[in-house]
Design a protein around this ligand. Structure first.
Ligand SMILES: *Cc1c(COP(=O)(O)O)cnc(C)c1O
Length: 298
């Protein structure tokens, strides 16, 4: 569903948001899309388990756990951070995943860096048996195929399509499905120049750009300006944003509009990729630091 953002913008610019967050209250919209063809492939390969990787607040971990329960797969989550072993019940993401039946393998940050290596994977196979492997963040060719279904024929009216970028799978699918008159703007949620090359390996056109100015210092980094922005945006529009991805993207777009980045009469479509399950965990961190929290409920 595309929703007009009820804010007056200069130069007759209009901004719509595609509410992929409404696909499910706890599981990110884009993570569902990324799993769709992977679930079919896992069945095709007769695997009864799926194994994947993620951090303590990972939207992807929550999505795999939930999809696994729905579709009758055992799920194993390799989680970064050994210290989390006895903190599952205090962590909303891990608690949800566990309630969905996910088993956890907690590993040190050092070990986590080697997660894709054969010795580590064969250790996991010995321990858990055979599984369908989904990479961190869920990005692979099948995930991109799923994200090619985000845009529909009705979205042809837009000049720009904007989304948050983590591993680059979602934007790659969007880039592959735009029309020649459209351009995609990606807002990385993390620092690093590697993303551009990564995305290039998956896409078939050049009508896209990464805007690197709005990651606020890196993945999961937030500041009080962003928190205030998300709260203000919710008050004005009733649209909830998450602090890791969509909040930074929308903050960036509104800033670019103010800076006259877009020509008059531009029609802009933002993709709300979800991520709202992460707010609870982020608010706990903010509370511990005695900082203002995110308020997206009336
Ligand atoms: C994972 C995620 C993204 C980034 O998707 P990638 O395909 O990894 O680039 C964006 N928004 C939300 C809410 C996410 O959970």
């Amino acid at each position: 569903m595309n929703q007009l953002i009820p804010i007056e913008f200069p130069n007759n610019i209009s901004v719509y948001i595609k509410r992929e967050d409404l696909i499910h209250p706890f599981v990110s919209g884009n993570k569902f899309r990324k799993l769709k063809y992977n679930l079919l492939q896992a069945k095709e390969e007769n695997e009864s388990s799926m194994l994947t990787f993620g951090g303590a607040f990972s939207n992807h971990i929550a999505a795999v756990a939930f999809a696994g329960r729905e579709q009758h797969f055992k799920t194993i989550g390799v989680i970064r951070g050994e210290e989390l072993v006895d903190k599952v019940k205090d962590n909303p993401t891990l608690k949800f995943a566990q309630e969905c039946g996910m088993q956890f393998e907690f590993v040190s940050r050092e070990m986590y860096r080697h997660k894709q290596e054969e010795t580590f994977l064969s250790h996991l196979k010995e321990k858990y048996g055979s599984f369908y492997l989904i990479p961190e963040g869920g990005t692979n060719a099948l995930a991109i195929q799923g994200c090619e279904e985000i845009l529909t024929d009705k979205d042809a009216e837009f000049d720009f399509v904007c989304c948050a970028v983590g591993t680059g799978g979602t934007i790659a699918g969007i880039i592959n499905s735009i029309l020649p008159h459209q351009k995609v703007l990606g807002f990385p949620a993390l620092k690093g120049d590697f993303l551009k090359d990564e995305i290039c390996t998956f896409v078939n056109n050049k009508n896209w750009e990464l805007i690197q100015e709005y990651h606020l210092g890196g993945y999961g980094k937030v500041n009080q300006e962003l928190v205030a922005f998300i709260n203000h945006f919710y008050k004005e529009t009733k649209i909830p944003l998450d602090p890791i991805y969509t909040g930074k993207m929308v903050f960036g777009i509104l800033d670019l509009i103010q800076k006259n980045y877009f020509s008059a009469n531009s029609k802009i479509l933002l993709i709300h990729t979800g991520g709202l399950q992460g707010i609870e965990g982020m608010n706990e961190k903010l509370k511990n630091k005695k900082l203002a929290t995110i308020k997206i409920h009336d």
